[in-house]
Design a protein around this ligand. Structure first.
Ligand code: ADP
Ligand code: AMP
Length: 214
């Protein structure tokens, strides 16, 4: 089962991708997580990506595509995978399709988690990320047991630089200009499924399971 999560930044793609990965036992591949890990480790890729991420811009396609194509060719992806945050542009989607076509494969589902901009702005201000393991929480909707401390690894939680209000609006603009056209792209490919992302996260997941099957 090969799945793409579509949706604005903060729509809940990561939250749902983790649940999908656990239920269907497939890898969760988040390009944002891969870039943040590279930044933390001080790699060349991380240094390049950071300059774009800090401004709320997309990292150039050529820095993203090979990374994902290499990742989905690894053995643990044989049964499928859930892509979170990729593709984010039409050229990325075309490159992914071309790479899969060479292997005689194609994506099965593109799930669009639909959330209006105003709800996104409220959500992003409350998102907290762990500096250690990258786990994501929300001050109101997904609180931790001990304030400011990650439930999973005990490290500190922070507001991501790119979740600060001035950058969120920029990221939403970038989403509408560069990523939203993928909704049309995957509608034409016949694999788009749109779900309401404004409801409780467990109900969002139920809607996804209805689509993917038990
Ligand atoms: P994305 O991966 O699309 O950027 P996340 O999964 O990180 O988004 O979710 C953004 C923030 O909103 C997080 O703090 C998360 O805990 C919270 N969140 C996710 N889904 C919901 C939901 N259905 N209702 C309320 N808050 C949610
Ligand atoms: P995310 O965690 O998915 O919200 O991604 C955080 C940031 O990483 C984005 O705002 C982009 O700067 C960058 N990024 C992640 N995935 C991609 C992608 N597929 N293409 C370009 N930039 C990306």
């Amino acid at each position: 089962m090969k799945i793409i999560m579509l949706g604005a930044p903060g729509a809940g793609k990561g939250t749902q991708a983790k649940k999908i990965a656990a239920k269907y036992d497939i890898p969760h591949i988040s390009t944002g997580d891969i870039f943040r890990a590279n930044i933390k480790n001080g790699t060349e890729l991380g240094k390049k990506a950071k300059t774009y991420m800090d401004q709320g811009l997309l990292v150039p396609d050529e820095l993203v595509v090979d990374l994902v194509v290499d990742r989905v060719n690894q053995d643990d992806c044989e049964k499928g995978y859930v892509l979170d945050g990729f593709p984010r542009t039409i050229p990325q989607a075309e490159s992914l399709d071309a790479a899969l076509a060479k292997l005689g494969q194609k994506m099965d589902y593109a799930i669009d988690v639909d959330v209006p901009d105003q709800v996104i702005v409220n959500r992003m201000g409350g998102r907290r990320a762990c500096v250690g393991c990258g786990a994501t929480y929300h001050l109101v909707y997904a609180p931790v047991k001990n304030e400011g401390i990650c439930d999973t690894c005990g490290k500190e939680l922070i507001l991501r630089d790119d979740d600060k209000p001035e950058t969120v609006q920029k990221r939403l603009n970038v989403y509408h200009e560069q990523t939203q056209p993928l909704i049309d792209y995957y509608t034409k490919a016949g694999i788009l499924k749109t779900i309401d992302g404004t409801v409780d996260m467990n109900d969002v997941f139920k809607a996804i399971v209805d689509i993917l099957g038990e």
